[in-house]
Design a protein around this ligand. Sequence first.
Ligand code: GSH
Length: 189
Amino acid sequence: MPTLYTADPCPYAARARIVLAEKGIAYEAVEIDLGDRPAWIYEKNATGRVPVYEEDEGLVLPESEVIMEYLEERYPEPALWPSDPAERALGRLWLQRFDDRLGDAYYTARRGDGREQLDARLADLESALEARPYLSGREFGLADIGYLPWILRGLERFGLELGPATADWLERCSERPGVAAERSVIAGL
Ligand SMILES: N[C@@H](CCC(=O)N[C@@H](CS)C(=O)NCC(=O)O)C(=O)O
């Protein structure tokens, strides 16, 4: 059975957790205390960060985006990228631009600074979701999973005010078992 080295508070690890749940992949979760990381985690990932996904056959993969893409290729059903290449490329662009489109503003706001930047990124997200039902295109997929962990944590942490299209998107996504499970993880933090 594969192992996920993970941490409940970590939104990057949440990406991997949601994909594993959506695809119904059984795995062992090893919870890492981010405040007191074991020395051996550096043998799995030189940066010491979670998530790390490991298979019995010896594959050890760090980096949430790489893990998501690997799981999508290794377990193609249910598909989490659209079959249309253009739609898929635009979904990948959301993942690639995550820091610019949400991450940097989220972490700046978390340091108690630049709340306006976060609100501006949310306004951009709202415009995008007015134009299409999901960041991944017509269907829920990896681009949505790439952003949801921060939106969910931002709601708890900053009381984010989402626009109507973003709120509808969140509601639709929350019907997915993997996202619902992640909401339970956050409620228990
Ligand atoms: N680029 C990495 C980022 C992972 C990351 O930053 N994980 C955090 C927890 S949310 C971590 O392990 N931090 C420990 C550290 O930076 O020392 C990914 O996408 O997986």
